[in-house]
Design a protein around this ligand. Structure first.
Ligand code: SF4
Ligand code: SF4
Length: 222
């Protein structure tokens, strides 16, 4: 077995912040970790893969800890180069070691924690399903690819699901009194962020939504 000497450089808490596995549900059930620390990557979503250093399309749903602007896991404490939740850190964090990632890759195959485990049989689950029907990433992808062929008509379609995504979040926050920081877990990252991977930007002025070309599509939007 390779010797494991951790230099505590923190790179793994930036490059490979964990996705959560089914068994990590104890973090919420037993340790009462707040849902506001987590966001969802939905199936079909285009994401930047830090390990492979390229854009990929996620074929399944994942829950991840939120990241700071510099891309570090929200629980990474820079001053002390340490993990704020070390004793209860997720399974993937326990398994990962930079010079010996074999265990991590094995663990990665285990069943993932999803929104369905956290919100089973609730009204929120019904909202999630409705949102998935009208606002999923396959649909967004098709609509964006149609722009080249159909021009303005396709742009209108894209804007209509961006608007739906935006307004549903707003309604759930104001009418159901659900904190803003839960929205990226309940509905995934806003579609207005996702379109940046396609080289577009959403400009919003009051109730007017406009799609513009992003001069330099970001490699990995925050
Ligand atoms: S496991 Fe490796 S990458 Fe992570 S902190 Fe230790 S030395 Fe750095
Ligand atoms: S939970 Fe802790 S160990 Fe895991 S990525 Fe975040 S800071 Fe690093």
């Amino acid at each position: 077995m390779k010797q494991r000497i951790c230099k505590r450089c923190g790179r793994c808490c930036r490059v490979t912040p964990p996705s959560l596995l089914e068994d990590d549900i104890v973090l919420f059930r037993e340790h009462e970790l707040d849902y506001g620390y987590v966001y969802t990557i939905r199936a079909g979503e285009v994401v930047w893969d830090n390990l492979e250093d390229r854009l990929i399309t996620s074929s399944f749903e994942l829950l991840k800890f939120k990241e700071s602007e510099e891309g570090y896991c929200i629980f990474y404490k820079h001053e002390e180069k340490s993990c704020m939740i070390y004793d209860i850190r997720p399974i993937q964090c326990r398994a990962f070691f930079c010079t010996d990632p074999g265990e991590f890759y094995k663990i990665f195959e285990r069943p993932k924690l999803t929104r369905y485990h956290l919100f089973k049989d609730s009204n929120i689950m019904r909202l999630i399903e409705e949102h998935e029907k009208k606002c999923n990433h396959d649909l967004l992808d098709k609509m964006i690819k149609q722009i080249e062929q159909d021009g303005e008509a396709a742009v209108k379609n894209v804007l209509s699901i961006l608007r739906y995504d935006h307004e549903l979040r707003l309604a759930v926050k104001t009418k159901l009194n659900i904190p803003e920081e839960y929205m990226d877990l309940i509905f995934g990252r806003p579609l207005s962020k996702s379109i940046e991977y396609y080289g577009f930007k959403l400009q919003r002025e009051g109730n007017t939504f406009t799609l513009t070309l992003s001069p330099v599509p970001p490699k990995a939007p925050a």
